[in-house]
Design a protein around this ligand. Sequence first.
Ligand code: PLP
Length: 217
Amino acid sequence: MGLDDIKRRIAAAEERAGRAPGSVTLIAVSKVQPEDRVTAVLNAGHRVFGENYVQEAQGKWPGWRDRYPGVDLHMIGPLQSNKAKAAVELFDAIHTLDRMTLARKLAQQIGQGGRSPQLFIQINTGDEPQKAGILADELPVFLSSCRDFGLSPQGLMCIPPEDQDPLPHFRLLRRLAQDHGLPNLSMGMSADFETAIAEGATHVRVGSAIFGARDYG
Ligand SMILES: *Cc1c(COP(=O)(O)O)cnc(C)c1O
């Protein structure tokens, strides 16, 4: 289990960047991981987790939440509009608000249900046709539509293109967040979370470096 090592590396990266200790939230990405690896991290006292699939999370987390009070659960995968209701009920934060239809759906559910997860808008910083997220240029209009629906997103999220240096993508995300007064930045994964922290990440999403490789077989 790599939890302690990752926590140490985050603390060192915060210090190098001149940032306050504890200013970065570590989201342990537990998708597809076997139960014993996740409970080991829960037993070590960690409580912030990320999942990619609503159905998988619905199967695992209600039971773990009963046994481990204080879990903070983040949705980091693509969210289908027909799963918006389940997602609002289950998650404390949604990092993948990436289109108007989803914004409308989430606003309806939040209006009805009383629960109000923290929201991040996903930006397709690499302008990749196959990737979710709105384009940087579209952010002003998207944000004002969200606000018209009654939502108040508090951050931005990105997944840089796999084959590129992530640094310019992190910088773009930071600049966009600054321009729009959004305090939270969800960026950085196992391979690049230290770079993301140097660029201002408030939330890093680390899976395999904590739990080991995912086995999709
Ligand atoms: C799976 C996933 C992660 C974690 O990836 P690792 O490389 O295992 O750290 C982070 N963010 C998103 C959006 C993911 O889907």
